[in-house]
Design a protein around this ligand. Structure first.
Ligand SMILES: [Zn+2]
Ligand SMILES: [Zn+2]
Length: 65
């Protein structure tokens, strides 16, 4: 279980449940949880993407659960 970020890269608060879209991206390393800020569409991945990761960052890659 990955802890959700408190804020997006732009500083918008993500806590509260209705300010973020949570998804999961399969990856060569196993997978990443993704959090998309609804204020600015910035996506944060956890664990952070590594150089070898195959996830495509972007809103189109994020799926709501
Ligand atoms: Zn934001
Ligand atoms: Zn990865």
């Amino acid at each position: 279980m990955v802890r959700p970020p408190q804020r997006c890269p732009a500083g918008h608060p993500l806590a509260g449940g209705d300010r973020v879209l949570v998804g999961h991206q399969p990856c060569g390393c196993g997978g990443h949880t993704s959090w998309q800020c609804l204020a600015c569409d910035a996506v944060t991945f956890g664990p952070s993407l590594d150089a070898d990761c195959t996830v495509l960052a972007g809103p189109a890659a994020v799926r709501t659960i």
